[in-house]
Ligand binder design. Sequence first.
Ligand code: MN3
Length: 379
Amino acid sequence: MKKKIAVLGSTGSIGSQTLDIVRRYRDKVEVKALASSKFSEKLKEQIEEFQPKYVYVHEYETIPKELIKKYNLIFLTGEEGLLHITDLFVDLYVVGISGIAGILPTYYILKHKKNLATANKEAIICLGEIERNNYKHIIPIDSEHSAIFQALKGEKTDSIRRVILTASGGPFLKLPKEKFKEVTVEEALNHPKWKMGKKISIDSATLMNKGLEVIEAHYLFSLPYEKIEVIIHPQSVVHGMVEFIDRTVISNLSYPDMRIPITYAISYPERWETDGKFIDFPAIKNLEFLEPDYDKFPLLRIAVEAGKRGGAYSIVLTVADELAVNRFLSKKITFDRIPVLIEKTLEKVHVGQPKNLEDIMSVIEQTEKIFKEVEKEVL
Ligand code: MN3
């Protein structure tokens, strides 16, 4: 029997790589549904190649009628379409949506009790307070969390002393802090080790990505923040480590290639071959591990503090970050302003414990409002 999958965010970086894997494993995987924020040439090509039964695009966007007819597609859109696309008879949902746009689809997939492989850390974080009990069914695609997920297989939570997330350090690991205001968008997008979407590339340059990943790990693995550590590892060969109470450390190594954790998420509990190179240890020579520089990359500290503060503050953090990153990408602010805007927004917002999806949406709205006020003050 082929595994039936639905790919949400199919035209993005994770979605495209997921379809690369499907292309290789046509005999094992079948694409039942594709979803994207808007209709594009890329989505059209994906429809033609994979011929899914269902296609979802966000409200107000329509796909050509000829295409629907030619491939006998069930075309879904809007709120009702979202409810339908997240409740299909499939073996696995793969979510590669970037940022807070992933919250609603993820929420419904969890509500519909579907198997979920996701790279959307923003949704994991924002839904954490209300949905964490359902997270044990998630297969993480984020490489560090995939590493930890694999290291924890068959282990008991109380055997864990700590988990360690590695960070490459991003493109500015060695750049002096004074130069941060001159950093261009192109430089910030140019990650030394990973090819990724824009939002996550900027987050990696500020190290916010690692801060978000600490919160992601907190919710995914039900671990207190005290047991989650970050270490800089410029080679990006070790993706994550778990240290157990008996002093054993189990780590996960591979060359950095997102197709490895994506393949694992699809093949799980089996392992399938990937196309990458096997590790050549003598060629690697050194694996370095360094303490993060919290002064140079304040967002790492700010993120973990927001997580520890609990309740809705990790949502405020996530939303403020997405807004600040967008401002930087559209060249409205300099790179060094990103942490300032986020920290000031966190200071000004006052939110309680979210109890349901409505509360979460209201925190998002409040954050957007305060962020705009902060922006006026700071800029
Ligand atoms: Mn990661």
